[in-house]
Design a binder for this molecule. Structure first.
Ligand SMILES: O=C(O)CCC(=O)C(=O)O
Length: 282
């Protein structure tokens, strides 16, 4: 049974990616993506053919219309209630440069802002975190209220590439830094009330490749649907310079996590661009 589909496709509403994708050939479902037991931290588990500016077949795009020479090869990842698109959108040298700048320029939150509250107890988060965005926005999750720092040029550069590639303009970015494979993020959904309803979340990664796992809400706690094997977890490898676009309603039905991967020794920085509403205080 075809539990989920992974296809190369253009991102809806993206007038540029059709040209850049250079083909739109459908690929077979990749069994690694449905089997979390296989290939822990295995760089082959998503394949790297989308990376480093390598495009699919087809004519080269007119140079005047592009701000970059990378040609994203989009993969559509779909399952019941899950709708995502993934592509590497930065060349290797761009991604290297951006990663260095992020490492030099970001100043992560500390103290109370680096803790979360779970069932009334406070925990230090197993990674570093900071938020940047438009003035006067706030973002509340797990008992913490984040006020974003102002945009930095390197963040605007990434945001602009995301806009060019997807057509979406984001006003807030939550940044997570994982020192190595011991740092992680637990299973959660991005469903905070500050998020504009129906808007996608654009997750861009730099540094070490890491597994990213989606699990359907009904599969949590060993529910019967899981036992029937109908909604298995979906694992993606998020690479250096890659963009995962999580479209609605993914975050309604599916939880995601970045699990521990002890074999990963290098750092990674992930940026989730979001559309945040300005909520009046109540
Ligand atoms: O680092 C990642 O890829 C995941 C980050 C994440 O889940 C989040 O910011 O909500």
């Amino acid at each position: 049974m075809d539990k989920f589909a992974i296809k190369k496709r253009k991102v809806p509403g993206d007038w540029k990616s059709e040209r850049r994708a250079g083909g739109g050939r459908e690929s077979k479902p990749d069994p690694d993506l449905s089997d979390p037991a296989r290939g822990e931290g295995n760089p082959e588990s998503f394949g790297n053919d989308a990376g480093g500016g390598a495009g699919g077949p087809g004519p080269p795009p007119p140079l005047t219309l592009l701000s970059t020479d990378v040609r994203p090869v989009w993969r559509h990842v779909a399952a019941e209630g899950l709708d995502c698109d993934y592509a590497v959108i930065f060349t290797r040298s761009e991604a290297d440069d951006i990663f260095l700048r992020l490492e030099e320029e970001l100043e992560y939150f500390s103290g109370d802002l680096s803790r979360v509250q779970v069932y009334g107890k406070w925990y230090q988060i197993p990674r570093k975190q900071v938020a940047h965005g438009d003035p006067r926005l706030t973002y509340k999750y797990s008992g913490v209220t984040l006020s974003p720092k102002p945009w930095l040029p390197v963040l605007e550069r990434i945001r602009e590439r995301v806009r060019e590639t997807t057509g979406h303009v984001f006003n807030f970015v939550l940044i997570n830094r994982y020192q190595d494979g011991k740092d992680h993020i637990g299973e959660h959904r991005d469903d905070e009330r500050e998020l504009e309803q129906g808007s996608p979340i654009a997750s861009v990664s730099f540094g070490a490749s890491r597994d990213f796992v989606f699990r359907h809400g009904s599969a949590r706690g060993g529910g019967s649907r899981r036992r029937q094997g109908r909604l298995e977890p979906i694992k993606l490898l998020l690479e250096h310079g890659g963009l995962l676009l999580m479209n609605h309603p993914t975050n309604v039905h599916w939880y995601h996590s970045l699990p521990v991967r002890k074999r990963v020794l290098a750092p990674r920085v992930n940026l989730t661009f979001r559309k945040v509403l300005r909520l009046s205080k109540n």
